[in-house]
Design a protein around this ligand. Structure first.
Ligand SMILES: Nc1nc2c(ncn2[C@@H]2O[C@H](COP(=O)(O)OP(=O)(O)OP(=O)(O)O)[C@@H](O)[C@H]2O)c(=O)[nH]1
Ligand SMILES: Nc1ccn([C@H]2C[C@H](O)[C@@H](COP(=O)(O)OP(=O)(O)O)O2)c(=O)n1
Ligand SMILES: [Mg+2]
Length: 182
């Protein structure tokens, strides 16, 4: 089964919480027709299913922590296999969150062709998430959890960008490039 995705084109999309990863992925999908897989969305779908595993995931995400590596990786892999026949390539949004996640992905699935780094200032991210929290219904869009997610991003996820910069595959997108208002 995994053979189906062995040669798939893979783009990692990395950035802080609320940096606009999902928003940028929608633009790439509209322009290039890639398949967008948000690891956070896959996890939230499991929570919404009401399964026992979903309940455990919910508790972890509400605290702003990372769920076990194998759980996310298996979900991404299954989602990729399900779309393999119709997909030109995959945008893996919100993954890897730590260097180890990237290494495991490469062992089990394959190497990324590109890492899209969505950059935003921490004040901007906090402001957007507080605003989004008014309507998103996300258990982690509250002041306390946002702070934890940001801390974890700087501690665990920024090193991922440095790691892939070493391979020369990082492309940065930020609000100035986008002509955005924030
Ligand atoms: N003003 C402005 N708002 C933006 C921009 N990009 C995203 N947003 C808003 O910021 C919020 C977060 O954007 P998302 O695309 O959900 O960000 P994300 O990185 O996927 O966030 P997580 O799902 O928390 O990982 C949303 O409410 C977006 O509408 C931008 O360029 N300018
Ligand atoms: N690879 C991943 C992706 C998401 N998670 C968990 C932890 C994250 O705070 C939540 C939500 O992820 P999502 O990418 O939607 O949101 P943020 O980037 O945190 O704003 O899911 C994880 O543990 N491991
Ligand atoms: Mg998102």
């Amino acid at each position: 089964m995994a053979d189906k995705i062995k040669d798939a084109k893979i783009i990692f999309v990395v950035g802080g919480p609320g940096s606009g990863k999902g928003t940028q992925c929608e633009k790439v999908v509209a322009k290039y027709g890639y398949t967008h897989l948000s690891s956070g969305d896959l996890l939230r779908a499991e929570v919404a299913s009401g399964s026992e595993r979903g309940k455990q995931l919910q508790a972890i995400m509400q605290k702003g922590e990372l769920v076990p590596l194998d759980t996310v990786l298996d979900m991404i892999k299954d989602a990729m296999i399900a779309k393999a026949d119709v997909s030109k390539g995959f945008l893996i949004d919100g993954y890897p969150r730590e260097v180890k996640q990237g290494e495991e992905f490469e062992k089990k699935i394959g190497a990324p062709a590109l890492l899209l780094y969505v950059d935003a200032k921490s004040e901007t991210m906090v402001k957007r998430l507080m605003k989004r929290g008014e309507t998103s219904g996300r258990a982690d869009d509250n002041e306390e959890t946002i702070k934890k997610r940001l801390d974890l991003y700087y501690k665990a996820t920024e090193p991922v960008i440095t790691f892939y910069e070493g391979r020369g595959i990082v492309r940065k997108v930020h609000y100035a490039t986008l002509g955005s208002d924030l």
